[in-house]
Design a protein around this ligand. Structure first.
Ligand code: FAD
Length: 485
C-alpha cells in the first residue's frame, strides 16, 4: 500500500503551491497532480478527515455542515458520553478511595458544572477541527448539502442556495437515534441519548431500553451518578454481540452495583404521567421508573440527500458502497455511519482517509483495504471492555482451531496498587504460527491496552513479539505479555 507520503513524491516537482501543505518539503510542488474538486457533505469524523487528507494531497475541498464540524461524534455521541463517564469515574474513585488509605471521602454530582464542562470540551475540539481544516485551505460552508446531479451539489445556506460542481462527492451525514412509534420521546421523561448530557432533571430511577454498547454505557454512567437504574435486555445476555464471558463480567458488575436487569423482555410501549414512566414489555412485564432512555440503535441521515434522483443505491437508508467506499455512482462515495459499516468514529475517520487516497488515484495498484474485522472497539463501562479481531466464541462457532490464553488482572501488580483487580486479558492466536488473531480485555485501561493487540492483529505479529517486548513495570500492560506467554 502506498502511504500519504507517496502522494507527495509521486506527483510533486519544483515550486511549491499551497496545495502541497503538510506533505512535501517546502521546495517541492505538486504541479503534475491534476486538481480535483471535492464536495463533502457532513463534517463529522468521516467528512473532516477526508477533507483534511484530500486538501493535503492538493484537492480543492468544500465541506458543508449544517451543525458543527466535529459532527454528532463531538456534539452528541463519543465526546459527551465519555465526558459523562469520566465524571462518573471520578465520583466513583473519590467515594471508594477509603480502601486506599484515604478518609472523609464523599463527593456528589453538580449537573450544571458537568454540562458546562461538556460544552467546553466540545468547543475546544471544534476549534481544533475547524482550525485544521482552514489551515489546509478547506472551504467550510454552514448549511445543508444535497445532490442535484452526480456532479453537482446544492449548498442550502441561511442566505440562499449555491450550486457547486464536484469531481468527487463524499456523503458523510451520519445517523441519529432510532425512535420507534411506541416511544413518546419528549426530552423530559422519555429521552434519547441526545437529551441525556445530563438531562434537565436528574432521574431518580432511569429505565434504559437497549443493552448494546450505548445502552450499557448509559447504565454505567447513571449508576455512577447514584441513580437507581434498570436495564431492559431483549436477549438472554447484555451485549448480545460480544463474547459471553465478557458480557458475563459486565452483568456481574452491574448486579454488584445494584442495577436491576430485566432479561429476555422486549419493550413495546411507554406510559408517561406526572410521577414517572412505565415501560410495557412484550411478555407482560411492566417496569416503572422516573425516566426512560432509548438506546435501540440509529437510523441514517439520508432522506434529504437526493440519492434516488441521482441513482445512488441504498439499503435501509444506508448507502451501498464497495471496498473503496464508492457508491453505485462513480465519483460519489459514502463513509461513516451512512455507509452502514461499523458505526465507530475511528472507522469513519479511516474511511475518510482511504476515500481521499482512492479518489486522488493512490490506489490504482494493490493496496491494503479497510479491514473492518480488525477494528478495535471499546465499551467505556467500569470495568472497561475492549476487543479486536477474532473472538474466542466466533472461532469456536466457525470450528476454527485457536489457542486462547487468559490472565486475570488479580495477578497484576499495578492493578493491585490501583485498587482495582477486576477483569482479565484474553489473547486468541493461531496455534500453528503463533500469529495474534484477536483479543478481549475487561478491566481498567482496557480501551488503551487493546491498542497493543490491535497493532499485533493488523501487523500480523506473533505472541512472542508481545512476550519479548521489554515493558514497563509495574504496568497493566504486563498482563498482555503474561497472556501472550
Ligand atoms: C451515544 C453514542 C456514543 C458513541 N461513542 C463512541 C465512541 O466512544 N467511540 C466511537 O468510535 N464511536 C462512538 N459512537 C459512534 C460514533 O459517534 C459514530 O460512528 C460517528 O459519529 C460517525 O461519524 P460520521 O462522520 O459518520 O457522522 P457524524 O459524526 O454523525 O457527523 C455527521 C455530520 O453530518 C451533518 N449532516 C447531516 N446531514 C447533513 C446535510 N444534509 N448537510 C450538511 N451536513 C449534514 C451532521 O450535522 C453531522 O455533523 C457513539 C455513538 C453514540 C450514539
Amino acid at each position: 500500500m502506498r502511504s500519504r507520503g507517496d502522494a507527495g513524491s509521486a506527483g510533486c516537482s519544483e515550486a511549491a503551491p499551497p496545495s502541497c501543505r503538510g506533505l512535501a518539503s517546502p521546495t517541492v510542488a505538486c504541479a503534475t497532480v491534476a486538481t480535483k474538486r471535492f464536495v463533502i457533505i457532513g463534517g463529522g469524523p468521516a467528512g473532516n478527515t477526508c477533507a483534511t487528507h484530500a486538501a493535503r494531497m492538493g484537492a480543492e475541498v468544500v465541506l458543508v455542515e449544517r451543525d458543527i464540524v466535529g459532527g454528532a461524534a463531538h456534539l452528541w455521541d463519543c465526546i459527551p458520553s465519555k465526558a459523562m463517564i469520566a465524571t462518573g469515574g471520578a465520583l466513583d474513585l473519590i467515594n471508594h478511595a477509603h480502601g486506599m488509605g484515604i478518609t472523609d471521602t464523599a463527593a456528589s454530582l453538580d449537573p450544571v458544572a458537568l454540562r458546562e464542562r461538556i460544552v467546553r470540551i466540545e468547543e475546544q475540539l471544534r476549534g481544533g477541527v475547524s482550525g485544521l481544516l482552514e489551515s489546509q485551505g478547506v472551504r467550510l460552508v454552514a448549511g445543508s448539502g444535497r445532490l442535484t446531479s452526480a456532479r453537482t451539489v446544492a449548498l442550502d445556506r441561511a442566505d440562499g442556495t449555491e450550486e457547486v460542481e464536484a469531481d468527487v462527492v463524499l456523503l458523510a451525514t451520519g445517523s441519529r437515534p432510532r425512535i420507534p412509534d411506541w416511544a413518546p420521546v419528549d426530552g423530559r421523561r422519555v429521552l434519547t441519548t441526545r437529551h441525556a448530557y445530563p438531562p434537565e432533571e436528574m432521574p431518580s430511577h432511569l429505565v434504559v431500553i437497549g443493552s448494546g454498547v450505548t445502552g450499557v454505557e448509559f447504565v454505567h454512567m447513571f449508576a455512577a451518578f447514584g441513580c437507581e437504574v434498570t436495564l431492559i435486555v431483549s436477549r438472554q445476555q447484555v451485549l448480545p454481540q460480544k463474547d459471553p464471558e465478557v458480557a458475563a463480567a459486565l452483568e456481574a458488575d452491574f448486579l454488584r452495583r445494584g442495577v436491576h436487569l430485566v432479561i429476555g423482555a422486549r419493550a413495546e410501549g411507554i406510559d408517561v404521567d406526572d410521577s414517572g414512566i412505565v415501560v410495557r414489555c412484550d411478555d407482560g412485564r411492566r417496569v416503572a421508573g422516573s425516566h426512560a432512555l432509548l438506546a435501540i440503535g440509529s437510523i441514517p441521515n439520508s432522506e434529504t440527500l437526493g440519492l434516488r434522483e441521482v441513482g445512488v443505491e441504498t439499503d435501509g437508508g444506508y448507502v451501498v458502497v464497495d471496498h473503496n467506499c464508492m457508491s453505485t455512482v462513480p465519483g460519489i462515495y459514502a463513509a461513516g455511519d451512512l455507509s452502514g459499516k461499523l458505526p465507530l468514529s475511528s472507522v469513519a475517520s479511516m474511511q475518510g482517509r482511504k476515500i481521499a487516497e482512492h479518489a486522488m488515484g493512490l490506489h490504482a495498484g494493490p493496496h491494503r483495504h479497510l479491514d473492518y474485522e480488525k477494528a478495535a472497539s471499546a465499551i467505556f463501562t467500569v470495568p472497561e471492555i475492549a476487543d479486536v479481531g477474532l473472538a474466542e466464541a466466533d472461532a469456536f462457532a466457525a470450528g476454527r482451531k485457536v489457542r486462547v490464553t487468559k490472565v486475570p488482572f488479580a495477578a497484576n501488580a499495578k492493578a493491585l496498587i490501583d485498587g482495582d483487580t477486576r477483569g482479565f486479558v484474553k489473547i486468541v492466536s493461531d496455534p500453528a504460527t503463533g500469529v495474534v488473531l484477536g483479543g478481549s480485555i475487561v478491566g481498567r485501561g482496557a480501551a488503551e491496552l487493546i491498542s497493543v493487540i490491535a497493532l499485533a492483529v493488523t501487523a500480523g505479529l506473533r505472541v512472542t513479539d508481545i512476550v519479548e517486548s521489554l515493558l514497563v513495570h509495574p504496568a497493566l500492560a504486563e498482563a498482555l505479555a503474561d497472556a501472550a506467554e
